[in-house]
Design a protein around this ligand. Structure first.
Ligand SMILES: [Zn+2]
Length: 346
């Protein structure tokens, strides 16, 4: 089968690899129908972190179950399934706490010894705990939305949940990448926020943000951005902030625009040693919640909404390429010419 492999900084290739196959009785083999390039795939592509030559790429994919091990009970061959970016048994203490990303038997697709999502098929460990079958008959038109649910939609929603967003909330979202845009959608369409302020200075991203329910878009950054948010909120600042970037600058903005007693939910992954400004949050009684999204926890609800037609994160994909041209997707995203790339399979 064909799969994307890391070759060197700035170069991802597609080559022949051994076919995905069952290894444990709890495994399933999933034939991939759509895969995506993630912002975190770009770290090694840009040379920010090291990656071995030949490493399998990708952790965002949806597909059809092709084969299941003898102990798999909840999915069957032919099922269309959505796969969270980490697998989990969904039975251990961490999973039962809703932190499936900390599963004691869990792991990440694309790590050494596993199949990556950017390939024709994937061995999925702990299939019963990991895979969520799409309800009903979902046509291809829903594939972009379902693919977004594997990571960015769940991650954006998690940011809004961590920020304490509920019905009627006013929330500001820092970050206009796919995760920030999905935080806008999650805050409004899923959690019922009334006012959603998106910090964005890119016209195309702001347009998707408005489509996702942003009521205000602020192009300014830094102190000017903070001042603009405070002006919109009677000088008080916002009670809820989603931080979806992960840089010291974005954290300063989050702290600066939060109302006293407010909450910051952070899902932006820090690229450098964290330098949290802790004095200001202490003085202003801010709650800080951070976390890698346990997407598996959110999937059943997200898939119900997507198949019912009440949630559509699909527009985060503005670039569609065949697997063989995956490198063009990385290049476009690294150059910020594309928000997010979807791959079709041969
Ligand atoms: Zn577990």
């Amino acid at each position: 089968m064909r799969a994307a492999l890391f070759q060197s900084v700035g170069k991802v290739i597609v080559d022949d690899v051994p076919d995905a196959s069952l290894s444990e009785p709890t495994d399933a083999v999933v034939r991939v129908v759509r895969a995506a390039v993630c912002g975190s795939d770009l770290w090694s592509y840009r040379g920010i972190i090291n990656r071995a030559e030949g490493a399998r790429q990708g952790h965002e994919f949806i597909g059809v179950v092709e084969e299941v091990g003898a102990e798999v009970r909840t999915v069957r061959p032919g099922d269309l399934v959505v796969v969270p970016f980490k697998w989990s048994d969904n039975t251990c203490p961490a999973c039962l706490d809703g932190v499936q990303t900390s599963c004691e038997r869990g792991g990440t697709f694309g790590a050494a010894g596993t199949d990556g999502g950017q390939g024709e098929a994937v061995r999925v460990p702990w299939a019963d705990g990991t895979l969520v079958t799409v309800p009903g008959d979902a046509g291809e038109s829903l594939y972009p939305a379902l693919l977004a649910a594997t990571d960015v939609m769940g991650t954006g929603l998690h940011g809004a949940v961590l920020a304490g967003v509920t019905a009627g909330s006013t929330v500001a979202v820092i970050g206009d990448g796919a995760v920030g845009l999905c935080a806008v959608l999650g805050a409004g369409a899923v959690l019922g926020a009334e006012r959603v302020i998106l910090m964005s200075r890119h016209q195309d991203r702001a347009a998707v943000g408005r489509r996702f329910g942003a009521t205000d878009v602020i192009a300014e950054r830094g102190e000017e951005g903070i001042a603009a948010v405070r002006e919109l909120t009677g000088g008080l600042g916002v009670r809820h902030v989603v931080e979806a970037v992960g840089t010291p600058e974005s954290w300063s903005m989050a702290v600066g625009m939060a109302r006293d007693g407010g909450s910051i939910g952070a899902v932006g992954v820090p690229h450098t040693a964290p330098t949290l400004p802790l004095f200001q949050p202490l003085v202003h009684n801010l709650s800080l919640s951070l976390g890698i999204a346990p997407v598996r926890r959110y999937l059943p609800d997200l898939l119900s909404r997507i198949t019912a037609g009440t949630l559509d994160p699909g527009p985060v994909f503005d670039n569609v390429l065949p697997l063989e041209e995956v490198d063009r997707g990385y290049t476009a995203m690294a150059a910020r010419e594309s928000i997010k790339t979807m791959l079709t399979m041969p």
